[in-house]
Design a protein around this ligand. Sequence first.
Ligand SMILES: *Cc1c(COP(=O)(O)O)cnc(C)c1O
Length: 325
Amino acid sequence: MSLWKYADRLPVEPLVTLEEGETPLIRSAKLPGDTWLKFEGANPTGSFKDRGMTVAVSAAMAEGAEAVICASTGNTAASAAAYAARAGLRCAVIVPDGKIATGKLAQALMHGADVIALRGNFDQALALVRELTDRHPIALVNSLNEFRIEGQKTAAFEVCDQLGGAPDTLCIPVGNAGNITAYWRGFQEYNASPHLHGYQAEGAAPLVKGEPVENPETVASAIRIGNPARWEEAMNAVTASRGEIRAVSDAEILDAYRRLAAEGIFCEPASAASVAGMLKYGSEGTTVCVLTGHGLKDPTTAIANAQPVVPCEPSLEALEKVVLR
Ligand SMILES: *Cc1c(COP(=O)(O)O)cnc(C)c1O
């Protein structure tokens, strides 16, 4: 089974799939309230991007494309590379130089994508690939691509099916704002209308500030975006759902990140913004926090924010000392 069980609500045939979707909805054992965690790290490449990519690359295949391209903070690159490999298409990914998490880079390279490190930020990368794809017959698989949104909306269907009804509140990290747009579309198609609570990182919070951020900065690299492509749709989703869009600090994000790990759930920092926001601003009723990507994506941030490894001499005495301490 995969998200293609909703094929009658999707615009193309499943030509390219890695059995994405159908991710766990886990009830939190430690967070306050009736709180559920939609663990999108369980997708084939470890993030929700696979939901959109299976549909976008299927559409590219149907249209006879030979290559796909994207600008990416990392997970779109990893996902595009995997689905392009699966489809036998060429793939180029444009990432901000030095700003992409190690796991994501390893994925894109292993799947054979041309990884291009742009000496600039994500927003500049996206502007350039938009121009490039206007001029050349290469499929753009950023979340500007409507097929991406169509695939990603299936997460809202799943949440409702798994809970046996719509949640009261859905908390979600917001970067380029494709995913919050997709969830709202999905909920509407399901006649559900939870409050959507979108959270941005304080150093990359254009939707909260009401203006683009020129040099976005945050530990949560997946949402380090200063000028979201789906700005208006995201704000419409927030308004129509009587939700909110707020900012959380890096310290709050990392605190939520560690709290989740302490109950056995390892997500990446950007994902923890959903929980950080819920803890900071509260939520109503049954609440689902979307955990957008797997913690293994960014081992560097994990190791920098965990307790140190304990050194030990090779003797029983020394081992007892450290184990039984
Ligand atoms: C892409 C991504 C986001 C942000 O999603 P948008 O659709 O850009 O708002 C959040 N978390 C992770 C892990 C991502 O990969």
